[in-house]
Design a protein around this ligand. Structure first.
Ligand SMILES: [Zn+2]
Length: 218
């Protein structure tokens, strides 16, 4: 089992990260198949306990998807204001066993080693972070940089202006932010949630992806 190539090898300027992958969703599968046709790497946050049989089957055939673990159950065990699946209050032992169980089931299901982690709600507690380091994960992708020895793949641009209800930003607005950020720092990470993306935004989103995935990448 060789791990998929990391999308952010030196030289990569931009990457897309798709979160909450697992449940059966034809819209999601359609979007992933679209990414496959573009022929360059993209990042997926896969929820171990939500991995549907059809999704799993598709993920095993994709050649450009880089698969990171996205929590375990993706359930909030903290407050609504600061959601976190594995907060310090759970205790180190429980955090260790949950993370290991999630990773094992994902590796078994996908037939490849999992080296990266995307914390649900982009929030990770100190004991969870130390567990990732001790367990030999190599990559962390959140929305900010954390003090850790893991290599980090932060996302900077969110295609949603608002989550409840979902409001998708215009492509012009997104493109402007992407271009501005590319000047400041590379690589730039763009996050999207295919499950909740309104169907009438799908083709607009594909335009944005096509335009930016076409840029020089690794
Ligand atoms: Zn999520």
């Amino acid at each position: 089992m060789t791990p998929a190539q990391d999308p952010l090898a030196p030289g990569a300027r931009l990457f897309f990260r798709l979160d909450d992958i697992g449940p059966l969703s034809f819209k999601t599968l359609h979007l992933l198949e679209f990414f496959e046709t573009l022929g360059s790497s993209y990042l997926l946050g896969v929820i171990p306990d939500a991995l549907n049989w059809w999704t799993r089957r598709a993920l095993r055939t994709f050649r450009h998807a880089v698969l990171y673990q996205h929590g375990v159950r993706h359930r909030n065990a903290a407050s609504t204001e600061a959601p976190d699946e594995l907060p310090a209050t759970l205790g180190l032992r429980r955090i260790q066993s949950e993370l290991a169980r999630g990773r094992d089931s994902l590796q078994q299901a996908l037939g490849q080693p999992i080296a990266g982690y995307v914390p649900p709600w982009n929030r990770i507690s100190e004991p969870a972070l130390r567990t990732l380091e001790a367990d030999g994960y190599n990559f962390l992708s959140a929305d900010a940089l954390y003090p850790t020895t893991l290599a980090q793949r932060p996302v900077h641009v969110d295609v949603y202006a608002q989550y409840r209800p979902v409001v998708v930003r215009s492509n012009a607005d997104l493109q402007q932010e992407i271009d501005e950020r590319l000047v400041q720092s590379a690589p730039v990470g763009v996050v999207l949630h295919p499950l909740s993306l309104p169907s009438n935004n799908l083709s607009g989103m594909q335009d944005l992806i096509r335009r930016n995935q076409g840029r020089p990448l690794s």
